[in-house]
Design a binder for this molecule. Structure first.
Ligand code: SF4
Ligand code: SF4
Length: 164
């Protein structure tokens, strides 16, 4: 049986590349004059939420000592098991951390350590620029934690859920 071929004419506006090219150029031109939404990081930085939970910071007393009293609550509550604490005790029976380390690489930034700390010593911070060249560089010891200066996270307040 002979097979018939039916040739259909396509309208010129559907096959013209010129029309599509001009349309694309017009769209590009339109965006040239619109407000730019990209940020030229790291020269430019954007504001982060007061509730941002990032790099930890250990607050200190007026004498420069870490406020931590080595109670052991934060390593107990930490779901990522990334806080290492070795407690010590001075002659007056005051507890203090002999070793206090947080593995920032393992941390999931849940903020439980900040919430549970009775001394408001350890905080997650409003800071995210903590890249390193080595895995070991992400383990922050007490000296490094106390030397951080970035603002600390404002925890969620159930009485003010929208932070207003
Ligand atoms: S933010 Fe959460 S995961 Fe990170 S150290 Fe604190 S308790 Fe552990
Ligand atoms: S909860 Fe606070 S006081 Fe207790 S070990 Fe952790 S940082 Fe120190």
């Amino acid at each position: 049986m002979a097979i018939g071929v039916k040739v259909l004419d396509r309208p010129i506006e559907d096959v013209s590349y010129i029309r599509a090219t001009l349309k694309g150029m017009g769209l590009t031109l339109k965006h040239l004059f619109q407000e730019k939404v990209t940020v030229q990081y790291p020269e430019q930085k954007w504001g982060i939420s007061p509730r941002w939970r990032g790099t930890h910071r250990m607050l200190t007393t007026e004498t420069g000592k870490a406020k931590c009293v080595a109670c052991g609550l934060c390593p107990t509550v930490c779901p990522a098991n990334c806080i290492k604490l070795v407690p010590g005790e001075d002659e007056q029976g005051n507890r203090y951390p002999l070793v206090f380390e947080i593995d920032e690489f393992r941390c999931i930034f849940c903020g439980y350590c900040q919430e549970v700390c009775p001394e408001e010593a350890i905080h997650v911070g409003r800071h995210y620029e903590n890249s390193e060249y080595s895995r070991a560089g992400f383990v922050y010891d007490l000296e490094r934690l106390t030397s951080q200066t970035h603002p600390v996270c404002e925890m969620w307040d159930p009485e003010d859920p929208k932070g207003e």
